[in-house]
Design a protein. Structure first.
Length: 666
């Protein structure tokens, strides 16, 4: 008999907690329910059972066709009152975590929420951040013991004995270790007999792919990872995963068939381990949750609510599972654009990777992006000027922007992840010399051309940071490497022998953003990097309210009611730092930089970012975008730093000679 849930008296402040009855591994699983109030514990009239401690389970639901059942008993009489269907993975988890001789109080979403009641589900989902932060311990269940998982857990535990981390992932040896090489980033991990295969298998567990676990584990005040009967504290697991990410390894430490998979999975786990609560920006969500999975597309947003910065979270009401994902996505995007006068969500729009029938200006959070990561820029193509967004009928937006150039030719250069050292990327880099016309560049203009190409390919050079980062390739080194690749027929290995600089790091930096993108040439000698599928005739446009230039595609062009589709963001040297608006006189004085966040006062952040303009001659650092506009002779109507608003009237921009025009986005 299926269990009939009793309605919660206050579903917005009360939860059910499963009381797992004691038993041996093979015994049937029995639970009872108790209610727990989370919001009103300080009131005199606290509800029954409001004060007991409970744990929470974080796990992957698994395939719906593999089901089992738990028996529900009355908490007072012990009589069976029904059963609840659960997935096989949860069944195995409950058998491993229950105690033999005493009850265990645990919140488990599949059991404690009535999954057939959309209204209750919505209010309970809104409380999940509180549930996991209030739990005495959160257990991250990876699955049963298999594929040498015990060896993997032990290896991770051993790493934490030797290494700990400070700010910016700087390693230092622990007090207990006598071997300092573990904390030396330049020395590879000492594994040479396939030891990392077990870690690779562990990191492939479905748990790490689940979207929901990001907020579940991050919000926990106390957590541990459990695989079979083995447990490791979350902080130790996080430490070890970070060590594996920042240190290199010997090829013999991993089977060749696992090498690429290991690179991808360790990055996924590393990113999970280093999410901070209430720090996620909605504009970055599609990138931050890349590679994660959830069955319900609405949960792409709802699973992130407790991780979002407060201003972004405030855009959402109680999760509503009665509304289709399409409506939720459109409402969310509209609310973002009109509330913040910002078009930053366009940075995660990609016309070629859509599943739902959405306007092109709405990110399709339900599917992964084709690109490997977001493009970086250390300032703003639109000079940080806020958007004026007018919502038209039929899900159309009218925005203001500056058309920069029309794309004339496209060359696809699909690359692997940044860590890839394959010869394919090297040959693709060499092949670009013909497309970009390297042979036709005069000696006088060669350095300028190479610099422009490097900035099109990447924005992560040492000089991109203030102070410059010693662990990054310099622009000068990358230019020398690129010139050698394009001016000779030498192999990658031969080029390595020519230089003292790190050729591998230069190669990796130059192709780091290639996956899912293409190189294009455009009018006025512009070159750039844009999403795959960009084609001849598309235009590059700077839209007010969007830090990145975007590729627009004509939907209805050269008509009184011309409309445009957002194809995706792009990087084009020469327009990334407001040059089109400031003019060259002001732009030539500064270099856009990213500063270390712990060296920047909150009062200096621009829209939450540690970016600045640096004058390398005078040493002046500018973090006030309004002052730069005024330096360029453009009057600012109003500027506030938090939340970011920088209003310049369209008339002012046009009087300054800026060819501003309206675009209707569909």
């Amino acid at each position: 008999m299926e269990y009939t849930y009793k309605p919660l008296s206050d579903a917005g402040a009360e939860i059910r907690v499963a009381v797992i009855q004691p038993g041996a591994y093979d015994d049937d699983i029995y639970i009872s329910f108790r209610t727990r109030h989370l919001q009103r514990e300080s009131e005199l009239a606290v509800m029954e059972d409001s004060g007991f401690d409970f744990e929470a389970l974080s796990y992957a639901w698994g395939l719906p066709e593999h089901v089992s059942r738990v028996q529900v008993v009355d908490k007072d009489t012990g009589a069976t009152v029904g059963n609840i269907e659960i997935g096989q993975n949860l069944d195995v988890a409950l058998r491993n975590i229950r105690l033999e001789h005493e009850e265990r109080f645990m919140w488990i979403d599949a059991i404690c929420i009535n999954q057939k009641d959309d209204e209750e589900k919505g209010t309970q989902v809104a409380m999940m951040g509180d549930v996991f932060s209030r739990a005495s311990c959160v257990t991250a269940w990876l699955g049963r013991e298999e594929n040498n998982s015990s060896m993997a857990i032990q290896l991770l535990q051993d790493l934490t004995f030797h290494v700990e981390f400070g700010n910016h992932f700087t390693m230092r040896p622990t007090l207990g270790t006598s071997h300092s090489h573990w904390a030396d980033q330049k020395i590879p991990l000492p594994f040479r007999t396939g030891e990392l295969d077990s870690v690779c298998a562990l990191f492939q567990r479905p748990y790490f792919d689940r979207t929901w676990i990001r907020q579940e584990i991050v919000l926990a005040t106390n957590a541990c990872v459990q695989c079979g009967q083995q447990r490791i504290p979350w902080e130790d697991f996080r430490n070890a995963a970070t060590c594996l990410r920042v240190k290199s390894y010997f090829s013999a430490g991993l089977s060749s068939y696992n090498s690429q998979l290991y690179i991808v999975r360790r990055k996924l786990v590393f990113l999970l381990c280093n999410i901070s609560p209430h720090s996620l920006w909605l504009r970055n969500l599609r990138y931050e949750f890349a590679g994660t999975q959830c069955e319900d597309p609405r949960d792409r947003l709802y699973a992130a609510l407790s991780l979002l910065i407060p201003s972004d979270k405030a855009l959402f009401t109680t999760p509503d599972y009665s509304r289709p994902a399409r409506d939720i996505y459109i409402t969310t995007a509209l609310s973002f654009y009109t509330t913040f006068r910002s078009l930053e969500l366009l940075n995660s729009c990609e016309l070629s990777s859509r599943n739902l029938d959405l306007p092109s200006w709405v990110p399709d959070w339900s599917v992964p992006l084709r690109v490997s990561g977001r493009l970086s820029t250390n300032w703003s193509a639109c000079a940080w000027i806020s958007a004026d967004v007018l919502v038209l009928e039929s899900n159309r937006l009218r925005v203001s922007g500056i058309p920069v150039c029309r794309i004339e030719a496209v060359n696809n250069v699909i690359g692997g992840p940044r860590e890839s050292r394959s010869g394919v990327s090297f040959s693709q880099l060499r092949d670009l010399r013909e497309f970009l016309g390297f042979a036709q560049v005069s000696e006088e203009h060669k350095n300028t051309f190479l610099e422009r190409c490097c900035w099109a390919f990447s924005d992560g050079f040492s000089e991109s940071f203030l102070p410059p980062r010693g662990d990054r390739s310099s622009l000068d080194d990358c230019m020398k490497y690129l010139e050698t690749v394009w001016s000779t027929e030498k192999s990658f290995d031969d080029i390595q022998d020519m230089f003292t600089l790190s050729v591998r790091e230069c190669q990796a930096e130059l192709v780091s953003d290639w996956q899912g993108r293409c190189i294009f040439k455009a009018g006025n000698d512009y070159i750039g990097l844009a999403p795959l599928g960009t084609r001849q005739g598309d235009i590059v446009c700077i839209l007010l309210g969007c830090r990145y230039p975007v590729v627009l595609r004509a939907f209805q062009e050269n008509q009184p009611d011309s409309t445009w589709q957002v194809f995706g963001p792009c990087r084009v040297p020469g327009i990334m730092s407001g040059e089109i608006i400031y003019g060259q006189k002001v732009s030539s004085l500064y270099r856009a930089v990213r500063r270390l966040e712990d060296t920047v006062q909150k009062s200096e952040l621009i829209d939450g970012t540690p970016f600045a303009l640096h004058n390398p001659v005078t040493g002046r650092v500018v973090t006030d975008p309004a002052s730069v506009l005024e330096e360029a002779g453009i009057e600012v109507n109003d500027y506030q730093r938090r939340p970011h608003r920088l209003h310049v009237s369209p008339e002012t921009l046009r009087r300054a000679g800026i060819p501003l025009q309206d675009f209707v986005l569909v």
